[in-house]
Design a protein around this ligand. Structure first.
Ligand code: FMN
Length: 334
């Protein structure tokens, strides 16, 4: 399966972009476990266009050697900002090898929506299509592929949602990924895979690839979303927090291979430490440990005796402290 000229193999299974989770370290770990790729979290096209590359850079770091396929996600409301942002990315030595520019048209957060960006673009299809056209025109000159991530609607799923998806593909997006919730739902309720399926047909009829997203929690739900939506690939979000092994399990199921064995408690703690140390090496110890506070407890979900440990992890300030907390926890399991 290819998106533009990028070969992704059979039925790609990707890490969904998640602010605070999709660090370059974690994306590399997920790819090692079988994820096809994962975009960065959303980065403001306007900030880049207005000269704030260094301030945004920590969210945009890519590692072609560990990620294999790299994607930077941009959000914004003005086509010219996207053009400028793509030029800045493609002329920066640290970022110019990126493969995909992904456009965010699904973020429901008020701070983003009130500027006319993210999911607000579903209410302004003409602007959305001009953004895709401008981004594709600029990105193509640098040999980059453009994709879009959106939702099934702003307030509700309707025929307009289907036409929106069709328009994104007709404007030049090589792949459209649809999260099966409306912006109004944020992350609540249940993802509507039947609505996704209707948007899929419109996208595919324009010759673009289609990914579905929302409520893939395990191998079984991965199989079912693919059956219902007939997508070319899927993105896994929250279920991948603290569980990079989910990609190996889903991959094995889709490839008809035996399920890999579950990681031990020790392996979970070691992976947590690996993600923490990688994050700290990118953004420093104080910020790195602080940012990992929301991620670390996920590694211990469902484990007996982990409740108090999770609270301790959320208060940790140094790598050494985290190491000590995890050592104490692992020792109780031996
Ligand atoms: C904490 C968090 C941060 C997110 N950040 C982004 C983001 O930066 N860009 C984006 O397109 N989607 C973002 N999302 C949405 C996810 O990519 C995904 O669409 C959503 O979580 C549904 O998938 P899931 O049910 O597998 O979690 C975020 C979701 C969460 C929970």
């Amino acid at each position: 399966m290819k998106i533009g000229s990028i070969e992704l193999g059979n039925t790609p299974v990707c890490l969904a972009p998640m602010a605070g989770t999709s660090s370059v370290t974690y994306r590399g770990i997920c790819v090692e476990q079988g994820a096809s790729y994962g975009p960065t979290e959303l980065v403001s096209a306007r900030s880049l266009a207005y000269g704030s590359l260094e301030r945004s850079f920590r969210y945009m770091q890519i590692s072609p050697s560990t990620e294999k396929v790299t994607a930077i996600q941009l959000f914004g409301f003005e086509p010219s900002d996207f053009e400028e942002a793509v030029k800045i990315i493609c002329n920066d030595d640290r970022l110019k090898d990126v493969d995909i520019i992904d456009i965010n048209m699904g973020c429901p957060v008020a701070k983003v929506v009130k500027t006319g960006a993210g999911s607000a673009l579903m209410n302004e299809p003409d602007t959305a299509f001009r953004i895709v056209e401008s981004t594709v025109r600029t990105a193509e000159a640098y040999g980059k592929t453009v994709t879009v991530k959106t939702r099934i609607g702003f307030c509700e799923f309707s025929p307009a949602s289907v036409e929106f998806a069709r328009g994104l593909a007709a404007s030049g997006a090589s792949m459209v990924c649809v999260h099966g919730r409306t912006a109004k739902q944020m992350y609540g309720g249940v993802a509507d895979w039947n609505a996704i399926r209707k948007m899929r047909d419109a996208v595919v009829s324009e010759g673009a690839k289609f990914f579905s997203n929302g409520d893939v929690k395990d191998e079984d739900s991965a199989r079912r979303i693919l059956d219902i939506t007939e997508a070319d690939g899927i993105m896994v979000g929250r279920a991948a927090m603290g569980d990079p092994w989910i990609f190996a399990r889903i991959r094995a199921t889709l490839d008809g291979k035996p399920a890999p064995s579950d990681p031990s408690v020790r392996e979970k703690c070691d992976m947590l430490m690996r993600e923490l140390k990688g994050t700290v090496s990118c953004i420093g110890e104080t910020t790195g440990v602080k940012e990992m506070r929301s991620v670390m407890p996920h590694y211990l979900k469902g484990l007996r005796g982990a409740t108090g440990v999770k609270v301790e992890l959320c208060r940790a300030t140094t790598v050494k402290e985290v190491e000590g907390i995890l050592k104490g926890f692992c020792d109780t399991w031996i």
